[in-house]
Design a protein. Sequence first.
Length: 223
Amino acid sequence: MTSEVVENEFEFYSKAEKYWKDVPATVDGMLGGYGHISSIDINSSRKFLQRFLRDGPNRTGTTCALDCGAGIGRITKRLLLPLFKTVDMVDVTEDFLTKARSYLGEEGRRVRNYFCCGLQDFSPEPNSYDVIWIQWVIGHLTDNHLSDFLKRCRAGLRPNGIVVIKDNMAQEGVIMDDVDSSVCRDLDVVRKIIRRAGLHLLAEERQENFPDEIYHVYTFAMR
Ligand SMILES: C[S@@+](CC[C@H](N)C(=O)[O-])C[C@H]1O[C@@H](n2cnc3c(N)ncnc32)[C@H](O)[C@@H]1O
């Protein structure tokens, strides 16, 4: 649990904000120097997501997606804008959202809102999103804030909508990273938080073909 590793919640958030302010607004910056794995990541995410967008009675819509902890819009640009009519982005770092306006190019016109806000304070508009994508940012929230945020995401879904988490998973327990002020949780802890938020898992997949030295990365779809 984060309560065991996060000593001071105020510092946990302010240190992270300070860390991201100094990170270059580039794909490499978003991925901590692993910019070269961006294409593998996006291609797997597209395959994962497309199974929910296929025809069928419970098909997930393609009207609007929300990119959470969006940074400069790496995922918005290559995964979400090609699949959804409009996209909203939310991130705590103002400079990244400013950079997104040029990084996204012409297609960026279909980004409806750039919300500059910490996810712990953000409420998606109820009944608004077909997909809420949350990648490489849950470690910046405490367990309680993450569970409460996921509850608000659930309310933000349109019929047949899904919430997707894609993130690093620890082998065991909760590991603190003092450099960027984040935690890495194991699979059981993440599943527990998802359940606590009242969400049900629809799919869970381990990312393949990532470098051996980094954390295992898992994708979860839920509603
Ligand atoms: C590792 S980057 C990932 C960016 C993007 N999801 C991607 O995969 O390219 C983490 C992002 O989370 C943002 N972030 C950190 N703490 C946050 C918080 N509490 N609420 C919202 N965004 C946060 C940072 O500004 C940064 O853009």
